[in-house]
Design a protein around this ligand. Sequence first.
Ligand SMILES: [Zn+2]
Length: 260
Amino acid sequence: MTIVTIPGGWIDLRPLTGHDERSLSGVSVFDMVALIDRLALDRPGVMLVAGQAVNLTSAARDRVLACIYTQSYGDLIRSSRLCAACGNHYDLSFKLSDLLKGYAMAAPPAEGIYQTVDGARFRLPTGIDELAVIGLAPHAARRALLKRCTVTEDADPDQIEAAMEAVAPLLSTELQAICPECATAELMDFDMGTYLLRRLLNDQERLPNEVHMLAMAYGWSHDNILDLTRAERRRYMALIEASLRQSRARPISGARRRLA
Ligand SMILES: [Zn+2]
């Protein structure tokens, strides 16, 4: 169990199991909300239980997704790059904890209503706001989202957006990657939720093979194997792989003895 503290309260997340990994189907806001709903435990005092993740502000949701990432993969974010200038493959990595330090969220004011320096009032967008504008073109969606969250009439949307970013930055940024071969710099988009779900979807492809190996080795049912947390499944997989290496090594040493 992992407690995640976010402005306004805390939630408790259980670790991911094979069932959760299997349930993933995309990288949209729907998928991010659904994942948090699956993992949020009903405890006395929690700020949300299953079915309420859509009410989280987008910035708070990013922090929860960052926590799921850390729980599943550790602190390191890694990306393989292909240099457009020289064709060199290289890795770009950074610590998620370092990124989070630079993106602190301000404590929410009463009723969740913030104010710009000019006195315009606004609230932070939530999953509900994002889902409401999902069919619109990016520019129109951005405007509609700001309009939904602005309390003061005729407020400047750009000013509201800048104020939102200042009090509750999203874990979404452009990072500069520099090719170690030719020193060409390129910009890489990073978005916490998309990155987490892409990585999990990537792992999902390995799931049938892991289920197969565990079923063969222990005779467990499909459901029992998917009930295991990722960490448990990985530990059993490591044991199976070690046994396979041993059984492969044995006939070779036997053959050597016969030759001698
Ligand atoms: Zn290069």
